[in-house]
Design a protein around this ligand. Structure first.
Ligand SMILES: Nc1ncnc2c1ncn2[C@@H]1O[C@H](COP(=O)(O)OP(=O)(O)OP(=O)(O)O)[C@@H](O)[C@H]1O
Length: 257
């Protein structure tokens, strides 16, 4: 079966005021891929995601989601988004895990529809999928950063999207839970054929879970299978970037570099 392109970027460039932060990016992400997007601080990764989500408009080039120009795209229930700030609820936040996940269904319902049993079952089944069902009635703020991110994955998943975009979701997650979080994403990719695009600073963990890697520093210098990425020697990678490999990724605490 031919894989459909879910995200297509064609010669995309973008600037804030006079500062070009994304330059001539060409990239296609096909159905079923788990793509890790890596690059140094300030290399334009979050901006590229905002462009894909239609939150910023490219100055030049074209972006298509599911074959449609992003400005005309309207099947947003097909696209889930998990940000790095999702896991920052304080302990007093007045919503249960169940309510947070249920809010992911609202975009699918019209305003006169009431939540019914099948919605409840769907929310609980999705929580089970991310191994958080037993926390359904806990307040979201009581959970650890890693548990909160699982809940936000469930909120993104509950409307059965084909694609989830994640912007550094493991920032603030304890290092011992990071691998389990990546394992969950790899499972969703394998079992649901869910397409994933994830910004990550953890090149070691991303390459052991993702099917593809994209390396960005204003432009995308490499985009290919994880295997091809791993077969490149350090010198080739450094040449490609124009600086040392250590600068390729972030230096957030807990990073593997
Ligand atoms: N709203 C904004 N207005 C002006 N400049 C911005 C804005 N957002 C980001 N920038 C700048 O654009 C450049 C790219 O930022 P961006 O956040 O996309 O990079 P990033 O690779 O996601 O960085 P990080 O890994 O540190 O989150 C940076 O120089 C940043 O300072």
């Amino acid at each position: 079966m031919a894989q459909e392109p879910l995200i297509e970027l064609e010669d995309v460039s973008f600037k804030y005021d006079r500062n070009w932060v994304v330059e001539n990016v060409n990239m296609t992400i096909n159905e079923g891929q788990f793509v890790g997007l890596v690059g140094p601080n300030g290399s334009g990764k979050s901006t590229l995601i905002k462009l894909m989500l239609g939150l910023e408009k490219p100055v030049r080039g074209h972006i298509r989601l599911f074959g449609k120009e992003v400005k005309k795209f309207n099947r947003w229930q097909e696209v889930g988004f998990v940000s790095q700030k999702a896991n920052s609820f304080n302990s007093g936040f007045p919503a249960t895990v169940y309510e947070v996940v249920r809010s992911g269904l609202v975009s699918r319902m019209n305003m006169f529809q009431l939540f019914n049993h099948s919605h409840k079952d769907k929310v609980l089944a999705t929580l089970r999928e991310v191994e958080m069902e037993e926390y359904a009635q806990h307040s979201i703020g009581e959970l650890s950063g890693g548990q909160q991110q699982r809940v936000f994955i469930a909120r993104a998943l509950v409307s059965d999207p084909s694609l989830i975009i994640l912007d550094e979701p493991t920032v603030g997650v304890d290092s011992e839970h990071v691998t389990a979080f990546y394992d969950l994403l790899a499972k969703l990719n394998g079992e649901r054929n869910l397409t994933l695009l994830m910004v990550s600073h953890d090149i070691g963990t991303i390459t052991s879970h993702a099917t593809h890697v994209a390396c960005m520093n204003k432009t995308v210098h490499f985009h290919g299978s994880t295997e091809d990425y791993e077969n490149m020697d350090d010198e080739t990678l450094s040449l490609m970037y124009g600086h040392s490999l250590q600068q390729l990724t972030h230096n957030h605490e807990g990073s593997s570099l």
